[in-house]
Each structure stands twice: as structure tokens, then as C-alpha cells.
Write a protein that binds this ligand. Structure first.
Ligand SMILES: Nc1ncnc2c1ncn2[C@@H]1O[C@H](COP(=O)(O)OP(=O)(O)OP(=O)(O)O)[C@@H](O)[C@H]1O
Ligand SMILES: [Mg+2]
Length: 262
């Protein structure tokens, strides 16, 4: 049985079809990478799964039970944690206090007492590499550190499925490597992961599967190396420049806008 099964999911904002019938499954232990051009519907998909956005049609099943349209706090307590593309820390609190919020309010095994939530926070703060900054006010954090904090807060909820929305955007190469190590450790800890990224080295480096969204539809899904070499993906998303860098001889001409990063 799949951990998560999304079937024929659709969501419209006025005249914009953000999702137009998306179907896929996530199996336990997978790291699924979702890629696609700006506006393809990637964040909307995560918003529907995590209960922030109510889909217009289709179904989302978690452990073979429909969670479609359920409020976000209930979905979180079922074991689905997420980060936000636009980070949203509590500005007056420290890194440790922000992280502890996940344990106070979002755990499947019931709420932790404050002392236990802070202790649980310390474990995940180390895992994401913020150990030395645990007592810093979040306003002092750089953008990459705020993204790490997002991951820490989500992990403090002890999710079985972690949804990551562009947590590696803006990181340099060394920081991306560190983030990949973090994702691998989280996966080894038994957490299944769905991540959105424009950084292709992340998709190749850590994902077991990849899915390309384009205009709210699945363009292709499969093993990352296969997906990134597919001419349709190069045309719609990666662009000719990316293809040339990856594999001379030259790829066929393409209209892709090339907003993906190697
Ligand atoms: N709350 C909203 N109200 C109106 N339109 C929205 C809303 N959320 C998303 N959209 C529109 O839906 C489409 C899909 O947006 P979404 O944010 O899911 O794309 P994305 O794939 O995450 O893009 P990006 O790579 O830029 O983050 C876009 O055309 C966007 O403008
Ligand atoms: Mg997005």
C-alpha cells in the first residue's frame, strides 16, 4: 500500500488551472523530487497535500484514508510535516523556541510538554546544522539558515512524510552538499520525503524518483537520470543550455526557459 496516493487532483484560481488532474503515489522510504517551470503548480500541490489549500477535485489518500480537504492541523498530526517556500518563523523567538513549536503543536503522538519539546528541538537543530545558533534570534539568521530552521521545525513534529518546498534555493555549492547530507540522514531515520527543487544536482544527488509538473499536469515521472534526459523535460523546463552542459553532443533545439540550475 502506498504511503500517499494523489489521484486526479485539480485546483483552479480564477482562470488559472494550477493543477489539472495530477496523479502519483509515494511509497515508504522514497525521496520524490518534484520539478517544473515557475507556476507549474508545485507549491499548490504541496499546499493541497498539507491541507492549506482545498482541492477542487480529485483525492489524496494517506495510509489509504482520504485526507482531501482536511484542515492543516489535523493533517500535520497524522504525520505530514512541511516547510514553506516563503519562510515563516516566529520573529520574536529564538531558533530553539521556533523549532520547539513543531513538538508543542504538531506531533502525531500528542503534544509535548514545553521542556520535552525543547529537548526534542535540540536533536533536530543539530541535524540541520544550526547547533551553534540555537539561541540566536531568528531575525539574525541568514536566508539559508532560515530555510534550515524551516526543516528543523517540520522535523520536530516527527513526521513520517516530510514535504520540502525549495529549501536549497540560494545555497552555495558547499551548503547544498550539507543540505543533501541532511536529507539523506532524515531519510535514513525512516522519513519519506517529497521535495521541490530547481537545483538539478539535488534531484540527481538525493532523489529516488522524479516527477515533472508542467501547466498543472504530470509531464513525466521515473528515475531522476531518465527524467532529466527526456527531450520533453528539456523542452519544457531545463532548456538547451542545461542539456548541452550535461551531455555533449548537442541536444535538439528547445524552447525551455532554462530557469533550472545544474
Ligand atoms: N492563492 C493563489 N491565488 C491565485 N493564484 C494562485 C494562488 N496560488 C497559486 N496561484 C497560481 O497558480 C499557479 C501555480 O502556482 P504555484 O505557486 O503552485 O507554482 P510553482 O510551481 O510552485 O512555481 P514556483 O517554481 O515559481 O514556486 C500560478 O499561475 C500561480 O500564479
Ligand atoms: Mg513554488
Amino acid at each position: 500500500m502506498s504511503l500517499l496516493a494523489v489521484r486526479d487532483l485539480s485546483k483552479r484560481f480564477g482562470g488559472v488551472k494550477a493543477l489539472a488532474g495530477v496523479t502519483f503515489t509515494v511509497e515508504p522510504g522514497q525521496v520524490l523530487g518534484i520539478i517544473g517551470p515557475n507556476g507549474a503548480g508545485k507549491t499548490t500541490l504541496l499546499n493541497c497535500i498539507s491541507g492549506l489549500t482545498r482541492p477542487d477535485a480529485g483525492d489524496i489518500r494517506w495510509d489509504d484514508r482520504s485526507i482531501s480537504g482536511m484542515p492543516a492541523y489535523r493533517i500535520a498530526r497524522l504525520g505530514i510535516g512541511r516547510t514553506f517556500q516563503i519562510v515563516r518563523p516566529f520573529p520574536s523567538m529564538t531558533v530553539r523556541e521556533n523549532t520547539a513549536m513543531g513538538g508543542l503543536f504538531g506531533r502525531p503522538d500528542g503534544r509535548l510538554q514545553p521542556a520535552a519539546a525543547l529537548k526534542a528541538a535540540d536533536e533536530v537543530i543539530d541535524l540541520v546544522g544550526l547547533g551553534e545558533k540555537r539561541h540566536h534570534a531568528v531575525l539574525r539568521l541568514t536566508v539559508p539558515d532560515r530555510k534550515r530552521l524551516e526543516v528543523a521545525r517540520a522535523l520536530a513534529m516527527h513526521p513520517r512524510l516530510l514535504l520540502l518546498d525549495e529549501v536549497m534555493a540560494g545555497l552555495n555549492q558547499v551548503e547544498v552538499e550539507q543540505a543533501l547530507t541532511m536529507v539523506r540522514r532524515v531519510q535514513e531515520g525512516g522519513v519519506t520525503i517529497v521535495l521541490i527543487e530547481h537545483v538539478m544536482s539535488v534531484i540527481v544527488g538525493v532523489c529516488t524518483h522524479a516527477l515533472v509538473l508542467n501547466f498543472g499536469r504530470t509531464l513525466i515521472e521515473g528515475p531522476p537520470a531518465e527524467v532529466l534526459n527526456d527531450p520533453r523535460v528539456i523542452e519544457a523546463y531545463l532548456g538547451e543550455r542545461y542539456a548541452r552542459r550535461q551531455q555533449p553532443p548537442p541536444a535538439p533545439p528547445s524552447k525551455g526557459d532554462g530557469n533550472a540550475q545544474a
